[in-house]
Design a protein around this ligand. Structure first.
Ligand code: NDP
Ligand code: PYC
Length: 340
């Protein structure tokens, strides 16, 4: 650990050790704490500030939720040749994902398409780490999850939808995969909280206050409602995510997750859906899918646009070489949490 002015530099092993130690002290057994600490470390490593160490106090609050199951052991169900379900038992989503991953991947390779439904999980994490697990195995992947009903539908004035992220990954031969991962709200709620902490105004169009008026004040936005990106298009996409990762897999919508929270303000609890495609089966070897996808990526990059995740991959290289820098106030907040 190094300190300079208002910044603290930590090695990635230190980030992981701090996160794991806080989670274990809060009551998580190691088998649940490790995947959660890993994803927090990866978020910090890739400078995804809304889903790195900033999440740790919220994780502790979630573990203390009366409905959180510290003893949860995921139960994997081999449902059909293409469908796997895993019941997280109201622990975190990440241990359940890890438990179901081998069967989920094997089915994609056998059938060509594989669907994983994670049920009954508390969920706080970015989706790109799990998408990258799948692209690393040569699979094309999509992941979606609801959250809490903080987001007003286009034309509305009250929260009904979640911040509902959708992530997609496409493996690329010999280079980092094409991955995007975004909230269908104009920005993740975590980022609104970061704006509040930094005293920074929001961009217009991100939120409305409790009276339904447009606001750039982060505190007013947290009390009011967030807005979807892209007006009615983001609103419909967000609704689709509610339906696919909620009722379709017999789990909660963001409205129901908010009710389930019962005012504790813990992480949302609901389901998640992942879909994996094996390009070797779907492409049938008839056409070189890499040649045509690379042509598309070149057509994007050659005109000065960037591919999603490039910022992350650059941050990752920096962090692997030099560790991560976090604001001192975040370091102090994290270090004030009990550690094992
Ligand atoms: P951002 O708007 O910061 O970024 C979204 C995506 O767009 C990233 O893949 C990003 O790549 C890419 N991107 C950003 N700018 C450009 C650009 N100029 N050109 C090309 N691509 C670009 O993310 P959000 O605030 O919407 O979401 C942040 C995270 O929050 C996500 O990881 C999401 O999973 C997580 N989240 C989780 C929730 C949950 O319930 N579990 C709920 C809501 C959000 P890059 O990273 O390289 O900039
Ligand atoms: O940042 O919107 C968010 C979020 C919700 C749940 C986890 N992250």
């Amino acid at each position: 650990m190094e300190q300079s002015g208002d910044r603290v530099t930590l090695g990635l092993d230190e980030v992981f050790a701090i996160a794991k130690s806080v989670l274990v002290a809060a009551g998580l057994p190691e088998r649940q704490a490790e995947p959660v600490a890993r994803v927090i470390t990866e978020g910090q490593r890739d400078e995804c500030h809304s889903h790195g160490l900033f999440r740790l106090p919220g994780c502790v609050q979630t573990i203390n939720h009366p409905r959180f199951n510290r003893a949860a052991v995921p139960v994997v169900e081999n449902t059909t040749p293409a469908v796997t379900k895993v019941d997280a038992g109201f622990g975190y989503s990440l241990p359940a994902l890890e438990a179901a991953m081998p069967l989920f991947v094997e089915k994609a390779r056998t059938v060509g398409i594989s669907v994983l439904a994670i049920n009954n999980c508390f969920h706080f994490s970015a989706l790109w780490p799990e998408i990258e697990m799948l692209t690393a195995k040569g699979l094309v992947a999509i992941a979606m999850t609801p959250s809490h009903s903080w987001v007003a539908p286009a034309g509305g004035s009250r929260g009904a939808l979640g911040t509902n992220p959708i992530a997609f990954g496409w493996p690329r031969a010999g280079q980092d995969p094409y991955v995007f991962d975004f909230a269908t709200s104009a920005i993740a709620r975590g980022d609104i909280s970061l704006h509040k902490m930094a005293g920074k105004p929001l961009q217009p169009g991100w939120a409305i206050d409790a009276d339904g008026n447009p606001t750039t004040d982060a505190a007013a936005a947290l009390d009011g409602a967030m807005l979807t990106f892209g007006g009615h298009k983001g609103s419909a996409l967000s609704t689709m995510i509610e339906l696919l990762a909620g009722p379709l897999i017999a789990d909660m919508t963001s409205l129901e997750s908010m009710d389930f929270d019962d005012g504790v303000k813990a992480a949302p609890a609901h389901g998640e859906i992942l879909i994996a495609f094996d390009p070797a089966i779907l492409g049938g070897g008839v056409r070189d899918n890499q040649a045509s996808s690379e042509r598309l990526f070149s057509a994007i990059v050659d005109q000065g646009a960037r591919l999603p995740s490039v910022r992350r991959y650059e941050a990752r290289a920096r962090s692997l070489a030099h560790g991560v820098q976090i604001p001192r106030h975040l370091y102090d907040q994290v270090m004030s949490l009990p550690r094992a």
